[in-house]
Unconditional design. Structure first.
Length: 442
């Protein structure tokens, strides 16, 4: 049995236990020693023989704890990608991020490959993780394609992130600001490094990082050419929000698991709340690891005045200021650039019927459906690492993210039509090994 600490790391809900420490740069020295990230309070520039996790793990230019549990173990690491890495932070007054011993939030990483394809990919992190959380799932792959890559810790990290800010909702609102800030700074630094502006600039991320993709394309479409949203969190004043359906999971699951006379009714409550039939094998794990902690830390962010039991929490009955906090961070569906969304049908942290199904409707209601494609991935769940535990029941979303990303590339570069929105079935004859690297969205 895994320890609770290991499980929490897999959930992406804990701060890094051991800070990464930057090693000495490799290679003959940086070709751009005066490279500056605009607005950074502190930065360190290094030329590295390999910007992928195979190299940065060895040199201290990543932190494996940041990305633990997000991908399948078998996900390939690409060949070495030489280039320049900039680590640093923007001015901030919170100190939850301990990477490099800096004890300073608003940390970022910028990677500039030697063989640049002209583009830039920016991202915020899933859960409450730090800036290297996307290194295995996203950074390795886009670097191998030649993109520059930048990521932010979103300005606050860890299970106590809600303490950052003066008002309810401030901590999440800072996430949006920090990704906007990093995008502008990374575009400027990339332009200076390569002597031309990046084209395209794409935004992508998973879970809370997917929420940021949605928000950025709604509020700052001028900064991007498009984005890929990987099971982004839905926040909307009108709901549904995760603090609405998680209390049902917390109250109903113990009665279901007990197997008593009330078990069937409890099962029906879980299904009605959005947790689909067929996902029952995932409920115990999520009850132990995700549901209670997630409900608590996000309820504390939007509604710190609540003093009851989270199993009884009723968002609809909470005071106006709670709804105002959600409205401040909420999504509208009013995207201004192409967006591709993917979401697993067996996601039992952010159930697809309570999240991306709803967001797709919001986009259509805003008259922006021509800019959106939505792929429901059969047998996908919230965390790809769970595929290793259930290879015959689950499939990873990482390959589907990559297929969607390449579809967006083709659309932007050549006008290749995007695959139509659809539920993507699990291929009947595919082996678990096949699904580590392949996903057909057509």
């Amino acid at each position: 049995m895994r320890t609770l600490v290991t499980l929490l790391l897999a959930a992406g809900l804990t701060a890094t236990a051991t800070p990464a420490v930057l090693a000495e740069p490799e290679g003959p020295g940086c070709p751009t020693p005066r490279l500056r990230v605009p607005g950074a309070q502190h930065q360190e520039v290094a030329c590295l023989a390999d910007l992928t996790t195979a190299g940065t793990t060895r040199t201290g230019h990543t932190d494996p704890a940041d990305w633990a549990g997000l991908t399948q173990e078998a996900l390939p690491v690409p060949d070495p990608v030489p280039g320049v890495q900039v680590d640093g932070y923007f001015p901030d007054d919170s100190t939850t991020n301990t990477n490099h011993g800096w004890n300073h939030d608003a940390q970022f990483v910028l990677r500039l490959p030697e063989n640049w394809n002209g583009g830039l990919v920016v991202s915020g992190t899933p859960g409450n993780r730090e800036q290297y959380a996307n290194d295995r799932a996203i950074s390795d792959w886009v670097l191998s394609k030649g993109y520059a890559f930048a990521a932010t810790d979103k300005g606050n990290t860890g299970v106590g992130f809600a303490a950052d800010g003066d008002r309810p909702g401030d901590a999440i609102a800072e996430w949006n600001h920090r990704l906007t800030q990093l995008t502008r700074a990374a575009k400027a630094a990339t332009t200076r490094h390569y002597h031309r502006r990046p084209d395209p600039t794409l935004v992508t991320g998973l879970s809370n990082g997917g929420y940021l993709v949605r928000w950025q394309l709604e509020n700052h479409p001028e900064l991007y050419d498009g984005g890929v949203d990987w099971e982004g969190t839905l926040w909307s004043e009108n709901g549904p929000n995760l603090v609405e359906y998680l209390p049902t999971a917390l109250s109903a699951y113990p009665r279901y698991a007990d197997g008593g006379a009330d078990a069937a009714a409890a099962h029906a409550e879980l299904v009605a709340a959005g947790f689909p039939e067929g996902s029952e094998f995932l409920w115990e794990y999520h009850h132990e690891v995700y549901w209670g902690l997630t409900q608590r830390i996000y309820r504390e962010e939007i509604d710190p005045g609540f003093d009851g039991d989270d199993t009884d929490y009723d968002y609809r009955q909470r005071p106006a200021e709670v709804h105002e906090a959600v409205e401040r961070i909420g999504l509208t569906g009013r995207i201004g650039k192409p967006l591709l969304t993917l979401h697993g049908t067996l996601d039992v942290l952010l159930p697809v019927s309570e999240d991306s199904d709803v967001y797709a409707d919001m986009v259509r209601e805003q008259g922006r459906g021509d800019l959106h494609r939505y792929y429901r991935i059969e047998d996908g769940t919230h965390t790809d690492s769970l595929v290793d535990a259930f290879p015959d029941r689950l499939r990873a979303l990482t390959p589907c993210h990559r297929t969607a990303f390449e579809s967006l590339e083709g659309f932007l570069a050549e006008g290749t039509p995007l695959p139509p929105s659809a539920t993507i079935p699990r291929p009947a004859k595919a082996t678990p090994e096949d699904l580590v690297t392949t996903c057909d969205l057509t």
